[in-house]
Design a protein around this ligand. Structure first.
Ligand code: AOF
Ligand code: ZN
Length: 376
């Protein structure tokens, strides 16, 4: 194995930068999580910062601002988890800012796939005579920013599907009861995910059957947007997601063009701009249902970079059949039902070689439940 270009200290400081970046989680999307640490020529940390809020200062700027004695920048090394930006956006270009300083070396975990940056940030630094090294802890940086990277590369949000089933593969009992398949710890983990992803998506049947709030409870965190797939646009406006204090964070997906057009009429018992302060997105029909691929592209335009889907079996089937799920989080509860609603049905698969293949599997025990996490 070739010796690493990086020293133990390099790794230590980049780990620190990654931990700082993490503090922005839930507040910076659709922008990336970025952390930055500045070390002087003697090897002492003289500055640190991270991207704290969407549209606000970038990590590098916050780190530079925190440096008290600017003479320490002479010969300094800057560790940053994402390539410094080349463009002037909501804030000035970080690469240009750094290129004017007497720093010696910039260590980058990951190149930025944003077409406005994409190598140009590194070029600006190199042209100014600064040594640039990339790729330190790039796997960690990639997984930390998986939503941003996916969203930037594909123009669609990163889609995580959460399911909770019994050991024998049921998500509801024969009488339809489905709440509390998993234990308390699994449920609070789901609430952590709701705070971490930009949005939570469910289908109309879930709203009708459970009248969920889809809010973050049990843990601290910001409220996600709520995406309701209601093809016929006929859910009663009395449901929680249309009436509670987060009403303006609800986005409805429909393909019913007639009702969508009529929806300005407050006399109709359907979603209307006056009675409902959220948004309704009209998409095409696909195999009799709303075109979810189109819906995700529209959501990306609304700055939704990640979606946590908490589907019933219909929505799960629709998403899986079209290859729209990027990550599966499957809770398996130590229960047997022997009948009821199955988690995965009708995927259109006849033969083993057509099976949807998952990769990078991890398993975790969460309370009494087992969590299988994997990517498509
Ligand atoms: C951030 N924070 O610390 C870094 C970013 O819209 P702007 O001007 O804030 O630019 C956003 C882009 O800048 C973002 O998509 C990413 O490519 C780059 N780097 N962004 O929000 C940061 N370093
Ligand atoms: Zn920047």
């Amino acid at each position: 194995m070739p010796a690493s270009r990086f020293t133990k200290d390099d790794t230590k400081w980049m780990k620190k930068a990654l931990r700082l970046a993490e503090l922005g989680r839930g507040h910076v999307s659709p922008n990336p999580l970025v952390g930055c640490v500045i070390i002087n020529a003697e090897g002492t940390k003289i500055g640190q910062g991270y991207h704290e809020r969407y549209g606000k200062a970038h990590a590098e700027v916050n780190a530079l601002t925190s440096v008290k004695d600017k003479s320490g920048l002479e010969g300094a090394t800057v560790y940053v988890t994402l390539e410094p930006c080349a463009h002037v956006g909501k804030t000035p270009s970080c690469a240009v800012t750094l290129s004017k300083l007497p720093v010696k070396r910039v260590v980058v975990a990951l190149e930025d796939p944003n077409p406005k940056v994409n190598g140009k940030g590194i070029e600006i630094l190199q042209k100014a005579g600064i040594e640039v090294e990339t790729g330190l802890l790039s796997d960690e940086a990639t997984s930390q920013n998986e939503s941003f990277l996916h969203y930037t590369k594909t123009g669609r949000p990163f889609v995580v599907m959460k399911m909770a089933q019994t050991l024998d593969g049921y998500i509801a009992a024969p009488d339809g009861s489905s709440q509390w398949i998993t234990g308390k710890m699994a449920r609070s983990l789901v609430h952590e995910w709701r705070a971490r992803y930009d949005s939570v998506m469910v289908g109309r049947n879930t709203v009708l059957n459970d009248n969920p709030r889809l809010t973050v409870r049990h843990v601290e965190g910001r409220q996600p947007k709520r995406i309701i797939v209601d093809g016929p646009l006929s859910l009663p406006r009395t449901m929680n997601v249309f009436t509670d204090q987060y009403e303006d964070r609800t986005i409805v997906i429909t393909h019913n063009e007639t009702k969508y057009r009529q929806s300005a009429d407050p006399m109709l018992n359907i979603l209307d701009p006056d009675g409902f302060r959220g948004q309704t997105l009209l998409v095409n029909k696909f195999e009799g249902h709303s075109d979810l691929r189109q819906a995700f592209s529209e959501l990306a335009r609304l700055d939704v970079a990640s979606v946590l889907v908490e589907p019933g079996s219909d929505l799960a089937r629709a998403l899986l059949r079209r290859g729209l799920v990027d990550k599966l989080e499957l809770f398996i509860a130590p229960k047997l039902l022997g009948g009821g609603t199955r988690s995965f049905v009708g995927l259109g698969i006849d033969s083993l070689n057509e099976a949807l293949q998952l990769k990078n599997i991890t398993t975790t025990q969460v309370g009494d439940d087992l969590l299988v996490s994997a990517y498509f």
